[in-house]
Design a protein around this ligand. Sequence first.
Ligand code: MN
Length: 233
Amino acid sequence: MAFVFPPHSPAALPVAGSTACFSVRRVFCVGRNYADHAREMGAANQAEGREPPFFFMKPGDAVVGGNDEISVAYPPLTNNLHHEVELIVALGSGGTNVAVDAARELIFGYAVGLDLTRRDIQARAKEKGHPWDMGKGFDQSAVAGVIQPVALVGHPDRGRIWLAVNGDVRQEGDLAAMLWKVADIIANLTTLVRLAPGDLIYTGTPAGVGPLLPGDVLEAGVDGVGTLRARIV
Ligand code: MN
């Protein structure tokens, strides 16, 4: 097939223990999946029962990542760029209407990620009932570390998730505190869309989100998955 310009290459992430890369298709993100973060964002207390999960997306080419220190450009039109450390689920297969019990079979691996957010743009969108896209889906907004295959790390469902800025720990939580577990998230998403190999799911962030400045160095990690390092330039 001929194209009027060369087709774009997918974003690619390194895979631990392999020379082959993980080709990124879509990026799904879960909102408010830790109660302490939902509270800090002003959401109603969910003690009376959790609400269904909700999702937003980033473009696949918003993914930036790798083995070494990841360089991220401070994005335009914000004065309040926020960090959100998250466990990323990387899919190796897909489907629709996948049962919770079968959902883990879709998973290729896991990674540490940052859901970078233009909080001021997101806040204005929330006020007006506008879409979150320009608050969440800007260039380089989906930072990802090395993909760790299930064969190496299993299915981490508890353990510390943390983020430090210039050496100060800002976010700290435990995977066990996710309101919607990974299998529930996948099963729910497959009722909405067909998932496919290459899809990434950012599974939400614990409390402690806050602003970043050019020059900041971020270190983030998830026990059993690894760490990533990024610099805002
Ligand atoms: Mn998030």
